[in-house]
Design a binder for this molecule. Structure first.
Ligand SMILES: [Mn+2]
Length: 376
């Protein structure tokens, strides 16, 4: 048996002000185009089973254009595949909290071969493939309505699909543990919710989103987008890449000890990319907020004209609030450290200057590490 696993297509996602000549938000059009190319690539490889692990739509009520395009794309896809099995589960983005009845996903039930689990966990049986699929949508996981994560044992093949956050992916938002899924007992476990491709074993993974469709795309920029192919005869995950509009997180500029001209010249040299109107972020750390508006507007306009979006993210030197008898004062850690050492009583064997330098060097090291890690 062969299967294709995709997830988190987030149709209807919108960002930035740009629109297509037809008046659609440019990112909404991008995300739809990537979805279409995923379907084309999957149809080409012709799997026995397709799993969409949730968040087909970005919102509970997508715009009409997005609903119509999604319906047409899936109808055409299923007709190309002769209505072979396709399982689609509800995600946290496209499932209304209150009731099942108003769920937009219900519309898709009429597409031949498409089986839906929008709200409740259910087992779907496909005798023609000697296969059972346990579908656990977001709503069921959140309400603790998931059944035991074990296959019934009556079918040769068994697939678990689940939409939710694993402790292994984002510990602070954990809804389940990958170990809980007993993935070794299943033929395949298709996870949805986490937006980067992330395998946890030979047969279990997040396929990731098909395009950049969240508020923090910068963390995702390091992992290519795609969907996953699995052939039970081969028994190995294969991520199949998808071309998207490029997302570029340019090297961070540290403004400490530099003047505006030097910062601008680094911005210019960082802004080297081929055409293709990427989505770009330029971080500048240790940059006082007041200086943001003093950067060369012409330079910024020139760079921005070659991007769909050029975002300058200025991070101010971190002040730290310290309380004393006279009230709360704001100082940088470096200032506080220097002032403390200037006044501290030290044993004779310790050099005041060397100790001060050591502290400042360590603080600098911490800042550099922080600058190298994109914020969550
Ligand atoms: Mn999602």
């Amino acid at each position: 048996m062969t299967l294709a696993h995709l997830s988190d297509t987030h149709l209807g996602f919108r960002a930035y002000g740009r629109t297509t000549p037809g008046g659609l938000n440019q990112r909404e059009a991008d995300v739809m185009a990537t979805f279409q190319s995923a379907l084309d690539a999957i149809a080409e490889r012709d799997p026995d089973l397709v799993i969409h692990a949730g968040d087909l739509f970005h919102v509970v009520r997508p715009g009409n254009a997005t609903i119509v395009r999604a319906f047409q794309a899936l109808t055409e896809f299923q007709s190309k595949r002769g209505g072979r099995p396709f399982v689609l589960i509800g995600g946290n983005h496209d499932t209304p909290r209150s009731s099942d009845s108003g769920n937009i996903l219900r519309l898709f039930e009429s597409i031949p071969g498409l089986r839906l689990a929008p709200h409740r966990a259910e087992t779907i049986d496909f005798s023609e493939l000697d296969l059972e699929v346990l579908a656990v949508p977001s709503h069921a996981l959140l309400r603790n309505q998931q059944p035991e994560y074990s296959p019934s044992g009556t079918r040769k093949h068994s697939v678990l699909t689940l939409h939710g956050m694993a402790r292994q992916a984002l510990p602070r938002h954990a809804q389940f543990d990958v170990e809980q899924t007993c993935h070794d007992d299943w033929t395949y476990v298709a996870l949805g919710d986490y937006h980067s491709y992330q395998p946890y074993g030979r047969n279990v993974c997040y396929s990731g989103s098909t395009d950049f469709a969240s508020t923090n795309i910068w963390d995702e920029a390091r992992v290519p987008k795609g969907w996953v192919w699995f052939d039970t005869e081969v028994g190995r995950l294969e991520q199949v890449g998808l071309a998207t509009r490029p997302v570029l997180d340019l090297p961070t500029i540290d403004a400490q000890g530099h003047d505006l001209g030097q910062v601008e010249s680094q911005m210019r040299s960082n802004a080297q990319w081929e055409d293709g109107f990427p989505i770009v972020r330029q971080r500048i750390v240790n940059f006082p907020p007041g200086l943001r508006g003093k950067l060369d507007h012409q330079l910024i306009r020139e760079i921005a004209a070659r991007a769909l979006n050029y975002q300058i993210q200025a991070v101010a030197p971190q002040p730290v609030a310290i309380g004393n008898r006279d009230g709360i004062v704001t100082r940088t850690l470096e200032q506080s450290w220097s002032e403390h050492i200037d006044k501290a009583t030290l044993t004779k064997s310790v050099s005041r200057g060397a100790l001060k330098e050591l502290g400042l060097a360590l603080l600098k090291e911490v800042r550099e590490r922080e600058a190298a890690t994109p914020s969550a």
